[in-house]
Design a protein around this ligand. Structure first.
Ligand SMILES: C[S@@+](CC[C@H](N)C(=O)[O-])C[C@H]1O[C@@H](n2cnc3c(N)ncnc32)[C@H](O)[C@@H]1O
Length: 345
C-alpha cells in the first residue's frame, strides 16, 4: 500500500474545515474530483514509477558527485547532457525527477512484463537508460552515432554494475541509425528518447526497427511535443534566429511543412554559406507520430503526456497538478513531452 501523500493529507484537512459552510460546495467538488483523478493512477504504474525515481536518484548522484571512473572532462560532458540535474537553482529537483520517472515507467513495466526482454536503445547517448533496462534484466543493444558518448557510456557501465551487483548485458555500438540494421528480429522493446526527430529518414528507420521487433514487441518514443505552445514558440524562434545567419536555411525553411510533416521524411542538416550549420529537425505531435507508426508496421497502443506545471507553480507546492493534467481528456495532449507506445502485431 502507498503511504498517504502530503497532498491527500492536506486535502482531507481542507475538506474537514469546509464541511457545512455555505459557498464551499464548488471547492469540495473540485477537491473530490482531484482525488478521483489520482485514484485513476494504476498501482502497477506507481511501482514502475518508483523504480524509475530510485534509478534517477542514483544517476543524479553520479552526475553531481562524480563517477570515479570518469576524468574531469568526461564528467563535465555528462553534466552538460543533464542540465536539469546540474542547474539545481533553476528547477525544483522534483520536476526533473517526476518527468524523468513518468516517461521511463512505461518502459520499465514493459520490460518487467516480458519474457527474455531484449531492448534496442536507439540513440542511447551516454547510456543511462541502457543501464536501467539492463539492471531490470534486459539484454540491451545500445546504439549511438557519437563515438565519444559511447566511449564514456562504456566507462560508466562498471559503476552501474556495482550498483546493481551484477554484470549488465549491454552491447554498445557506434552507428548512424539512418544506415544501421539490428542483426536480430527478436527485439521486445525499442526505446527512442529525444532521438527520432534527428533521424533523416524516419519512415525507413521505423520500418527497419519493425523488422527487428518480435511479434507483440513494442516501440516507445518520447520527445518534446509540437502541440505544446511553449515548445512550439521556442522552436519557431530558434528558426527565426537561424534565418539571419544561415542563408541556405532561410531559403529552404518552411516551419509549417515541418509542423505538418509535409514534403519531408525527417531531419535535414543544412550548412550555410558562412559555415554555420543548422539542424532542421523534424519534430512530432503525438498524432503525427501515431500516423507515422501506423504507416511503418506498428499499431499505436497508447499515448502519455508530462511536463504541464511550470517551475514557478512547483515552487508554490502545486506539483500534484502534474498528475491531474496528465489525465485530463483533450488538455493532456498539450503537455511539454509525449510518450507514444506502439506494438507490432
Ligand atoms: C538528445 S540525445 C538523447 C540521448 C538519450 N536517448 C537520452 O535520452 O539521454 C540524442 C542522441 O541521439 C544521437 N543521434 C542523433 N541522430 C542520430 C543518428 N542518426 N544515429 C545515431 N544516433 C543519433 C545523438 O548522438 C545523441 O546522443
Amino acid at each position: 500500500m502507498c503511504r498517504e501523500s502530503p497532498f491527500l493529507r492536506a486535502r482531507s484537512q481542507v475538506l474537514k474545515k469546509l464541511k457545512g459552510k455555505t459557498g464551499s460546495k464548488i471547492v469540495v467538488f473540485v477537491l473530490r474530483e482531484l482525488n478521483l483523478l489520482r485514484r485513476l493512477v494504476p498501482v502497477e504504474k506507481d511501482k514502475a514509477r518508483s523504480m524509475a525515481l530510485h534509478f534517477y536518484a542514483f544517476m543524479k548522484n553520479e552526475v553531481i558527485q562524480g563517477n570515479p571512473r570518469l576524468d574531469s572532462s568526461e564528467q563535465q560532458r555528462l553534466r552538460s547532457h543533464y542540465p536539469l540535474i546540474s542547474k539545481l537553482s533553476h528547477y525544483p529537483p522534483e520536476i526533473a525527477a517526476t518527468i524523468y520517472s513518468s516517461r521511463r515507467s512505461h518502459a520499465i513495466k514493459a520490460i518487467l512484463d516480458t519474457e527474455l526482454p531484449y531492448v534496442f536503445d536507439a540513440g542511447c547517448g551516454y547510456g543511462s537508460e541502457s543501464f536501467l533496462f539492463a539492471g531490470l534484466g534486459a539484454k540491451v543493444l545500445a546504439v549511438d552515432m557519437s563515438a565519444e558518448q559511447i566511449r564514456i557510456a562504456r566507462k560508466r557501465q562498471y559503476y552501474y554494475e556495482e550498483h546493481f551487483e551484477k554484470p549488465l548485458d549491454i552491447t554498445f555500438t557506434v552507428a548512424d541509425l539512418d544506415e544501421y540494421k539490428p542483426d536480430t528480429n527478436n527485439v521486445s522493446l525499442t526505446w527512442l528518447a529525444s532521438v527520432l526527430a534527428a533521424v533523416r529518414n524516419q519512415n525507413k528507420f521505423l520500418e527497419t526497427t519493425c523488422e527487428a521487433t518480435r511479434p507483440k514487441g513494442q516501440v516507445m518514443i518520447t520527445d518534446m511535443n509540437l502541440f505544446n505552445p511553449l515548445f512550439l514558440f521556442k522552436e519557431w524562434s530558434r528558426r527565426q534566429q537561424t534565418k539571419k545567419s544561415n542563408l541556405e536555411f532561410a531559403r529552404k525553411s518552411d516551419f509549417w511543412s515541418m509542423i505538418r510533416r509535409r514534403g519531408r521524411t525527417g531531419a535535414r542538416y543544412l550548412t550555410g554559406n558562412n559555415a554555420r550549420s543548422f539542424d532542421d529537425v523534424q519534430f512530432f505531435s503525438s498524432r503525427s507520430l501515431s500516423d507515422l507508426l501506423d504507416d511503418t508496421g506498428f499499431v499505436p497502443k497508447f499515448v502519455d503526456f508530462s511536463g504541464f506545471v511550470p517551475p514557478q507553480l512547483w515552487k508554490m507546492g502545486l506539483d500534484h497538478l502534474e498528475n491531474v493534467f496528465s489525465r485530463l481528456p483533450f488538455l493532456r495532449q498539450f503537455g511539454y513531452f509525449y510518450l507514444v507506445a506502439a506494438i507490432k502485431q
